[in-house]
Ligand binder design. Sequence first.
Ligand code: 5GP
Length: 349
Amino acid sequence: MRIEEELKLDFKDVLFRPKRSTLGSRAKVELKRGYAYRHSGRHSETVPIIAANMDTVGTFEMAAALADHHMHVALHKHYRVEDYVTFFNDNNHPVHQYAFYSLGITDADIEKFRMVKNATGNAIEFVCIDVANGYTETFIDFVKRFREAYPKTTIMAGNVVTADVTEALILAGADIVKVGIGPGSVCTTRKMTGVGYPQLSAIIECADAAHGLGGFICGDGGCTVPGDVAKAFGGGADFVMLGGMLAAHDESGGEIVHEHGKTYRKFYGMSSDLAMEMYSGGVAKYRASEGKVVTLEARGPVDYTVQEILGGLRSTCTYVGARTLKALSKCTTFVRVTQQINEVYGRAS
Ligand code: 5GP
């Protein structure tokens, strides 16, 4: 047994230190960022926030709403083949250019991907190869084989939280490595397994490793307010994936519940009892659920929330003198804190 003594940080442990800036207005901040992908050779220019591939977040409806803001969606993997085909073949809408097709690493996942791909030509630009534990050799081999089979597809793969496997995944063919084990709002991995890594430090360390190899990272999970999204970018994340912050909107999916005159929506982890019952016929005997089920008050159209997140990001950039989102991490100095928010009147909603 060994203990690493170096302190690792979460979003709650830091604040941005403000800096003198010549930026006149937050309206001048450019949130769109250009990317050149190491393996696929493709380029993209987007606002690099990705709705999580959960069936209560990463829906076709969310894809349409976020595309208006040049933001991404990682589609959840439980639609029918014909539904993906219709979505990716819809040439009248530019929506699918921002969409990630998500898959796991089972034979059924790859077979389903092949069917969709065969029916949609080159319409799928991005895939998200997603497993809870990105540390297995089987996973890294899968990424390698996928890269060989689809050289021009931009691959995001994860999840991991350390530099060594970030590098291994990029060398295996990933363009973007997805970072986060245990920080998610409906995740119980840390409770059930004791495994994890503070998310801000994971982002900082994995970004450093990825950037050295010409790769990118996506910070996945743990953002609860717009300031956390800014801290993820400030720490070096090239993309940030959001679940809970985009849940319970009109576009999010999730069962609607009416109670005491109010409307709620179900939101749950993809490894929760509920998700496993829906998609895998129950929780297998050898495993435990690693996700929560929560009921959230319905939040209406996602547009307002997006405006808050993007407005918050622009404001962060003006506080630290970053003209573009890309420059944010270079302009970032974090100060360690023991308190974040004055809660004398409760936590502002
Ligand atoms: P959030 O933005 O809600 O904090 O985190 C979203 C992320 O949580 C997802 O992108 C995914 O990586 C992770 N996640 C989703 N469902 C589950 C689950 O059931 N268990 C675990 N461990 N993580 C989950």
